[in-house]
Design a protein around this ligand. Structure first.
Ligand SMILES: Nc1nc2c(ncn2[C@@H]2O[C@H](COP(=O)(O)O)[C@@H](O)[C@H]2O)c(=O)[nH]1
Ligand SMILES: [Mn+2]
Length: 139
């Protein structure tokens, strides 16, 4: 099957986003050149987005690669209980036996993906919003 979207978020490429040629390093960011497809995932319980770049040179033709963390892993483990993970994953199938181990991956450990998409609307356009149905994370 053809790959629909291949979207790396740790690479360097020589590019000319404006007048100058640059080595653009993307670490936790994705390329968002004009009409370029991308993926911006939310969290294990929040929507993900298929996107289309706007080629905004002031943003080095880039966008965020995800919602990003609201809480560090340590802070998430301190603040979030297994029961919170189950509650936050309401409507998404996952292995409840792993709820305790997944405290640092809980939806509340990540920023609000809707707010992140609004904040970067000049960089990338939403093509499709995907609601999570099932999540599996290996130990
Ligand atoms: N669709 C999912 N998105 C997730 C999940 N866990 C985290 N995330 C989001 O992805 C980005 C990028 O994560 P990275 O590990 O590649 O750096 C992260 O900021 C979250 O917004 C998940 O289980 N499913
Ligand atoms: Mn990453």
């Amino acid at each position: 099957m053809d790959t629909w979207i291949s979207c790396h978020h740790n690479f360097v490429r020589r590019e000319q986003p404006g007048d100058e040629w640059l080595y653009v390093h993307r670490k936790g960011a994705v390329s968002a050149r004009a009409d370029e497809p991308g993926i911006v995932p939310g969290s294990m319980g929040a929507p993900s987005y298929h996107t289309c770049g706007r080629g905004e040179a002031r943003g080095l033709c880039s966008s965020a690669h995800g919602a990003g963390r609201q809480l560090s892993r340590g802070e998430a483990r301190r603040q979030i209980r297994a029961g919170d993970v189950v509650a936050q994953m309401d409507g998404v199938w996952f292995d409840h036996r792993a709820a305790d181990a997944l405290r640092d991956e809980a939806p509340a450990a990540y920023k609000d993906i809707g707010a992140v998409m609004r904040a970067q609307r000049e960089l990338t356009r939403v093509v499709r919003r995907l609601r999570p149905l099932l999540n599996f994370k290996g130990a």
